[in-house]
Ligand binder design. Sequence first.
Ligand code: NAG
Ligand code: NAG
Length: 502
Amino acid sequence: MSSIIIAFLLNLLVESSESFTVVVPGDPVVAHVGSSVILPCWISPPENAEALEIRWYRHDFNNPVLLYNHGKIQDTQEESYRNRTSLSLRSDQSGGLKDGDVSLRLEKLSVQDEGPFRCYVSGESSYDSEDVVLKIMALGSTPVLFPKPLDDGRVNISCRSSGWYPEPSVTWTSDDGRVLRPGGSSHSRGADGMFSVHSWTAVSRSDAQLVSCSLSIRTGELKEGRLNIQGIMPSDASSGPWKALFFTLLISALLGLVGFMLYKHREKLTGKKPAEENCEEGTMEKLTKAVVEDMTMEELRRHAVEISIDRERLHPDLTVSKDCKIMRDGPGYNHTDEGFPYELCAFGAQRFTSGRHYWEVDLVRSPNPPKHYWLIGVVKEGSSASKHRSALTPSAGFWFLCSDGPHGFHTNTDQSIILSLNPRPERLGVLLDYDDGQLSFYNVTERKHLLTISSRFSGSVVPLFGPGAGDQSPITILDCPEPVESAAESSQPLLSNNSSDA
Ligand SMILES: *[C@@H]1O[C@H](CO)[C@@H](O)[C@H](O)[C@H]1NC(C)=O
Ligand SMILES: *[C@@H]1O[C@H](CO)[C@@H](O)[C@H](O)[C@H]1NC(C)=O
């Protein structure tokens, strides 16, 4: 028996030495969740591989990731790889299959794709195979910081972020560069294999002005959230749950320069550079990407819900289209006094009591210019609209972003955040994260995060729309398109601007 095997092996050795070997890169191939990757594999010396069998597989030879023989790709395939694989060129210079290049292209990567892929090539008289190792990573959401004043005068800051792979490390620092000890951290893993992180630290106000929570993975890519703790009221000043609104500024640094300075700063702090980075230019590019990348449009739209206007609870001076999607100030409305017509508002017919929900509105109808006056947000069911801005607070069940013509953009949080948004948004995305108490706004056209209001929701909340008065364009609620499948689209990040916790 053993002599047969030896004879067989010898036979192979002899034959393969006069035919081909399979060659793959020595290092693992690294790619991000959701993106596409090419796993290089080729035969040497080069020969036409069109007549060979090419089998890419993981655990089961008979249930391959991709099988090519008799001159074409076969249907036999592991179900989870269906429609995600193809044979590809390992570089622009490659001559392809004719030249012995049997590289595999894999799309829509998930955490489950991590690990070795066997590249097996077989001809008439010989075969060979090698493993290509794929490492997956996912850069999570920009950390959101939330302060809670403690009785002893310190502030308990919590930092949350999700969508990481592998498990990220958390670093707390103060603005003067000191590393702050975390009070505690916990990680959890979702069904998709990705990690969520929650960390907290208690800081005294005299200790720091800006506190930063930064999450990073082994490539050196990181996401950072920062919080100014000086404006936070001591706990006795915050009597009701809604009074405890804190102005905080979470800077997801937009500028590469800022990111770069942070990076240099970290480097000084830790005394060493993260592995793999010795070219400053490359580093800067990577870090810029890390700092500005946020949820993609596709991730947002995964939470898309269909919204329509509730006709029963409509201000009589509003005009709404038949399909309950388009609204504007009615012809009879006479807006005389100064200031935004807050009472002129419409409510969505959909109620939310948990989870994440996303919708988009158009604020322009060509050829008219983008609207100057609008108000978009959510409202607690049962709250009634008012003429007076002072009555529309989070404690009264209102959370919104308002565009008030020449007066700019502002939130209704107790410490109002005034923004200048340039250009004026044409299409606005709204993400309600009920459980995490966040309402985020996005400029969809520019794929940019505008700001996040943090609060706590209770009961049912419904979408809120105010079309203002006097604009030519109406507000149009869009039926959100399904997430776009193309790799080019999904790899394009949203830019983050800034966020505020209230
Ligand atoms: C693969 O694509 C075909 C045709 O486009 C489609 O009918 C099928 O449902 C897809 N399969 C999977 C698993 O996505
Ligand atoms: C700080 O807040 C976290 C929750 O975010 C909590 O688990 C922790 O016990 C708090 N720490 C202190 C000292 O209150």
